[in-house]
Design a protein around this ligand. Sequence first.
Ligand SMILES: [Zn+2]
Length: 182
Amino acid sequence: MGNSATRRIAASVRQKQIRAKAFSLQRQAITEPRFVADVMLGRLAKWLRIAGFDVLYSNKYTDDELIAISNLERRVLLSRDTRLLIRKPVREFIFLKSQDIQKQIHQVFETMHISALASLLTRCLSCNETLMETPRESVRERVPAFVYETQSRFKSCPKCGKIFWAGTHRNAVVQTLQRLLT
Ligand SMILES: [Zn+2]
């Protein structure tokens, strides 16, 4: 038996063990789930932030850091790495089965029983900070004139200062998220 076949079998054994391990999370109803995403899942982290979820992500986190953050802050660890997820200290996690971003989002929503997005567009997608209402007059010099004239409400990120308004995220993005709800 070649090396690659051995690796495939080992991977499928790990996946089976991970499925058994993941069972407890699927039965819990966590009202406001928080996440930490591994280095491969930057896109998923961004989409979940747009949907309003608190998702920690850094391409510098080591496996040990990911596990520590997940356990200390009770964040669901998102990963496609079976070697990481099979480690003993890993408790709450979702093993993302697909590389397809829409399937990944749907799997998270389904596993966490998320059927509505109460906090849609309330979070900075770069920093993960909760956006703050910002008086319209104060953004006049910081947004395009057309935006200033046509929008009445603005929010800004307390960390990076980026300004958001209703049209920041295209409708298509929001529609995609709604469609992926369970
Ligand atoms: Zn920010």
